[in-house]
Design a protein around this ligand. Structure first.
Ligand SMILES: [Zn+2]
Ligand SMILES: [Zn+2]
Length: 135
């Protein structure tokens, strides 16, 4: 993924913090929380404080480069969505698996015609037990 092109496509300036946050999330196997992002971003100089990283994340979420996900941990996690997907979250061990199955039978165009509501995004996570915790 060309991070600089991605940022430019949203008319965002290439600040070091934005590039680092994108790099950090791009390498992640699962959505990261702010503490993990902060640690990833600050592996090299210059370092950024938490407020700056929060602000950067807000900006990236706003322009849909980064997606915020809620696994009911009392905090958000963040990821770059290369392909639309949802997550299976194990409530016992915390394992997270992405699923790429067609997510909804609801057609968002129908929502627009029926409710005059234009959907820009949706969040859907599944909570339960993973195969290890089941056996
Ligand atoms: Zn589990
Ligand atoms: Zn979906």
């Amino acid at each position: 993924m060309d991070i600089k092109k991605k940022l430019e496509s949203k008319n965002l300036r290439l600040t070091k913090c934005r590039v680092r946050v994108m790099e950090c999330l791009n390498q992640a196997e699962k959505p990261k929380d702010v503490a993990e992002i902060l640690a990833g971003v600050n592996r090299k100089e210059p370092n950024f404080d938490q407020a700056t990283v929060y602000r950067t994340l807000d900006t990236l979420v706003e322009v849909n480069l980064v997606k915020q996900v809620d696994f009911r941990e009392g905090k958000y996690r963040y990821e770059i969505e290369h392909e639309h997907h949802h997550h299976l979250v194990c409530t016992k061990c915390g394992r997270v698996q992405p699923i790429h199955e067609a997510c909804l039978s609801i057609d968002e165009r129908k929502i627009l015609s029926k409710y005059k509501f234009r959907v820009s995004d949706h969040h859907l996570e599944f909570f339960g037990l993973c195969d290890k915790c089941l056996s």
